[in-house]
Design a protein around this ligand. Structure first.
Ligand code: VGL
Ligand code: ZN
Length: 198
């Protein structure tokens, strides 16, 4: 076993954060992320691994009011998406989240955009309270909510491992996703794929 493999053996102090794997971000959804559905089977493997190891799995979701400031009608950059309680805001049906998974909802106020799962939630407090020091993060989208969640996690002092095979980018501009990964790396995030866990 090389040291890199040992580094990615999920152990006490680790948690898995599944970011925004919701219908509206999947192909056919109102803010479809190209290849967004491809993260589901990969995340299911990570979820199973964390559950087997008895480690926390946490899901976050975009959960907007119908008149959210990020929507076109309010002058925002996005089509309406992930409206709280709507089918588009539900987690992907094939995502195998544990039944009792803690869920953190973000960008829930009309006037406030929030791309980080830490913004406006008590996620940081909860993680620190249960002794989590290292976060494995995957989901949607690389260049928005994954990026800002990773950057906040680093600012808050968590070690971060980005699950590179379990993220996909919106790529409004070509290479946004690639640039987002580079920024995460500059801030000290590390990267792993399923093969690094074997
Ligand atoms: C997201 C755009 C708008 C995301 C959320 O989850 O990355 N992107 N709202
Ligand atoms: Zn949103």
């Amino acid at each position: 076993m090389n040291t890199e493999t040992a580094a990615f053996l999920p152990s006490p102090g680790d948690a898995l954060i599944v970011v925004h794997v919701q219908n509206d971000f999947l192909p056919g959804g109102s803010l479809a992320v190209p290849g967004g559905d491809e993260v589901i089977p990969v995340l299911n493997q990570y979820i199973a691994r964390f559950v087997r190891a008895g480690l926390p799995v946490i899901a976050t979701r975009d959960w907007h009011p119908p008149d959210h400031c990020s929507f076109h009608a309010q002058g925002g950059p996005w089509p309406p998406h992930c409206v709280a309680g709507s089918p588009g805001a539900e987690f992907a049906p094939d995502l195998a989240l544990p039944e009792d998974v803690p869920i953190f909802s973000q960008a829930v106020w009309p006037e406030k955009e929030a791309y980080s799962s830490f913004e406006g939630t008590d996620l940081a407090y909860i993680l620190q309270d249960i002794g989590v020091r290292r976060l494995f993060i995957g989901g949607l989208a690389t260049d928005y909510c994954v990026l800002h969640t990773v950057l906040d996690a680093r600012r808050l002092g968590f070690e971060v491992v980005v699950l590179e095979d379990a993220v996909r980018a919106v790529d409004l501009e070509p290479d946004d996703g690639r640039r987002a990964l580079a920024r995460m790396q500059e801030e000290g995030a590390r990267f792993a794929s399923c093969k690094d866990f074997e």
